[in-house]
Design a protein around this ligand. Structure first.
Ligand code: ATP
Length: 278
């Protein structure tokens, strides 16, 4: 969906697929990781979550998917709504059932299982709801044909790029409505990052899957996103449509390295002092 289409949808009053309203997240009841955080993603959007290490990006994704609760994370203020339903205190199993799939940072494959066995895990929903059909692989092979050639390879022996394809394919097999991706570009060569991000756009367009991507590669992420939020110290520092965000001086200076504007040294220096990721 283009930004203008997305804005039209928002104007026409369609509820967002996911919405966080003034959310505060604590770990272990004491450690404040995120505060006053609000954001939304509309149907078919790609939304970027940017920010330095420790800004709170993963924490936000984990609380949306419910995984954060297994790490003693808790939404202590505010609300998370998915598809209009208040899911603030839902666990991961309840969110998976509703079509939310989370690809964690670090290409978490089951190293001792084959690529095929890893893909099958994408279908597991617990209890007696496990089902499997060869056709389920089709969506994986459509976007990542390379996987078909390495189905019997132990996933631990696959390359970094293949493992990243595998975790995305495994998530796709689950037929998500909302896909949360944490650092999909981490540790991959630039060419591979380009391939993976181009494939994410194809998936977004063809499968109509809403995506929330947390990544430190701001350029690539903003290139494919409709909207972006920049986090720092657990809060939203900036947010705008991705093409507007890319033109903002702070973003050019600190993320894209393309700033040409002169005469604002004091502003930028001040900003630089606050940013610890420079
Ligand atoms: P990174 O890219 O390094 O993962 P991030 O922006 O995703 O950074 P988070 O991982 O969400 O940031 O971390 C936000 C804050 O919460 C950090 O200060 C981190 O130390 C803390 N934190 C994250 N996970 C936990 C946890 N399980 N228990 C306690 N504190 C945590």
């Amino acid at each position: 969906m283009t930004v203008s289409e997305s804005e039209t949808a928002a104007r026409e009053g369609e509820p967002p697929v996911v919405e966080l309203d003034n959310v505060e997240i604590v770990y272990d009841r004491h450690f404040l990781a995120v505060q006053g955080f609000s954001m939304e993603a509309h149907e078919g959007d790609i939304v970027a979550l940017l920010g330095p290490n420790g800004a709170g990006k993963s924490t936000v994704l984990k609380m949306i998917s419910g995984i954060g609760r297994t790490e003693r994370g808790e939404v202590s203020r505010g609300h998370i709504r998915y598809d209009g339903e208040d899911t603030t205190n839902f666990g991961a199993n309840e969110m998976v059932d509703r079509g939310v799939t989370h690809i964690l940072e670090g290409r978490r494959v089951f190293e001792d299982l084959t690529v095929e066995e890893n893909l099958r895990c994408g279908l597991y929903r617990g209890g007696d709801r496990f089902r499997f059909d060869e056709d389920d692989y089709e969506i994986a092979f459509e976007y990542f044909p390379q996987l078909e050639e390495i189905m019997n390879l132990k996933a631990g022996y696959a390359s970094g790029g293949q493992q990243q394809m595998l975790v995305i394919a495994r998530a796709l097999i689950h037929r998500p409505r909302l896909l949360l991706l944490d650092e999909p570009s981490l540790g991959l060569a630039p060419m591979l990052v380009q391939d993976i991000f181009e494939t994410l756009v194809e998936i977004n367009e063809q499968e109509d899957i809403t995506m929330l991507i947390a990544d430190q590669n701001a350029k690539r992420t903003l290139d494919i996103a409709d909207y972006g939020y920049v986090m720092e110290n657990g809060q939203v520092e900036l947010h705008d449509p991705a093409d507007v965000l890319k033109e903002r001086e702070e973003i050019k200076e600190f993320y894209l390295g393309t700033s040409r504007e002169e005469g604002r040294y004091t502003d930028i220096r001040h900003y630089k002092i606050r940013k610890r990721w420079t």
